[in-house]
Design a protein around this ligand. Structure first.
Ligand code: GDP
Ligand code: MN
Length: 400
């Protein structure tokens, strides 16, 4: 069972002000002349955008790519064409062929028609081969960035002996990734830092992609635009119960935050989905964060940063094994109105070991889906999506 975990740190640099209109040059992608793109009119690049594309390095040149630039105003929705958005992948050089698989999935089902950028983040420098292969596969501009040490190390307030004992104990109890230091850095980074990397600053929207994932249906719409036009900030395709041993005290930290920062708790939030007793305890429901389409300005907001800092200071990324999935989920559940969270039924997805496959046969046929509906996790016992439907008053399939 693959679930997620996290931890925390001290001196966190303040993010730039959200909404600080960064207006720079848009760097599009190559395939603008791709006759197979079949773009809906509302998704075609405008002629203005077309003029600005095509200054990306030729595949294979693997030249270092500068920070992205865009002609977007933060918060504005362009009338047509692309949104100010990027794919983002955290990976090691050794993940190359697994991420190559994922990129093909995403390109074939979606991005060949849109050519969104793709940001790759790594705690070590990406090698030339990684850059060459991924740049050849991505139809938008690629960017490669090395994560600064402060975002991938133990905060100085962490007691190393205590953290080590926890890892030894979790190894003995056979808790998945329980003995791993790098996994903890990864979870803390995804919780608190990916959206603050300089390369991410000019974007407003992100779609997270992990190695070895699958997309089973054509995505014939722009999820970034759907999010923006419907005032969504966060989204999911699979939700489930977290492995309790990895997060014994995460809810204590969340409650501390709620007490200290009532001003950041949204009215009409998803507490009912997170808790069965009005917030007294956590039911362990979380959105599976290996897939995410979300708003970066929300993550960079004072509310989210304060939430992350409160959790980080409590040390649970290292004294337990908090995943970025429960951290993002609890934050989304408390800081956002429930209507700001989107369930993307149309995005059929697999990350070992779970599948989201649309329940509607019509939808599967129309979108050329290749998933077996029997594998759909939505209505299975360990899924929290049923509860999401209940809270939202959304209609569940008959006799699910
Ligand atoms: P799981 O899905 O919880 O089993 O965890 P993964 O092994 O898929 O890791 C989650 C994400 O973090 C993936 O995108 C990995 O490529 C990435 N990742 C995990 N560990 C490291 C690491 O040590 N360094 C880097 N650069 N990326 C990592
Ligand atoms: Mn994974």
């Amino acid at each position: 069972m693959i679930l997620f975990f996290i931890s925390s740190s001290s001196s966190i640099p303040k993010p730039p002000l959200p909404g600080s209109n960064t207006i720079t040059k848009w760097k599009g992608n190559k395939n603008k002349n791709d006759p197979s793109s079949g773009l809906a009119p509302s998704s075609s690049p405008s002629s203005e955008e077309q003029k600005l594309v095509d200054d990306r390095p030729a595949p294979g040149s693997a030249a270092p790519v500068e920070a992205p630039t865009s002609n977007f105003t933060m918060g504005a929705i362009p009338a047509t064409g692309k949104m100010n958005a990027t794919f983002v992948t955290l990976a090691r050089n050794s993940d190359l062929w697994d991420i190559a698989d994922s990129i093909r999935q995403v390109e074939d089902r979606f991005n060949r028609n849109y050519h969104y950028d793709w940001v790759f983040l790594n705690d070590k420098e990406f090698d030339e081969n990684f850059k060459k292969v991924t740049t050849a596969l991505v139809s938008g501009t690629t960017h490669y960035s090395t994560i600064p040490k402060e975002h991938w190390s133990f905060p100085d307030f962490i007691d190393q002996d205590k953290a080590k004992k926890v890892r030894e104990d979790m190894a003995e109890r056979k808790i998945i990734y329980g003995d791993s230091v790098s996994y903890r850095h990864m979870c803390r980074f995804e919780s608190g830092f990916f959206f603050r990397q300089p390369v991410m600053q000019n974007y407003e929207w992100y779609w997270r992609v992990e190695p070895s994932v699958k997309l089973y249906c054509d995505v014939g719409f722009d999820p970034f635009r759907v999010m923006a036009e419907n005032k969504k900030k966060y989204s999911f395709v699979i939700s489930l119960y977290e492995y309790a041993e990895t997060i014994p005290t995460i809810w204590d930290s969340a409650k501390k935050f709620m007490k200290q920062h009532p001003e950041h708790i949204a009215e009409g939030n998803s507490m009912k989905w997170l808790s069965d007793d009005d917030g007294e305890s956590y039911n362990h429901c979380h959105f599976w964060s290996n897939f995410e389409v979300g708003n970066l300005n929300w993550l960079r907001s004072d509310a989210y940063i304060k939430f992350f800092e409160t959790l980080d200071q409590d040390g649970g990324f290292f004294y337990e094994r908090w995943g970025d999935a429960p951290v993002h989920s609890i934050a989304a559940g408390l800081l956002l109105k429930k209507e700001e969270i989107q369930f993307f039924d149309d995005i059929a997805y697999w990350h070992v070991p779970f599948t989201h496959c649309p329940t509607s046969e019509q939808k599967r046929l129309e979108n050329k889906c290749a998933c077996n509906p029997k594998d759909n996790f939505d209505w299975k016992g360990y899924s929290c999506t049923t509860r999401w439907f209940d809270m939202m008053g959304m209609e569940k399939p008959e006799g699910y």
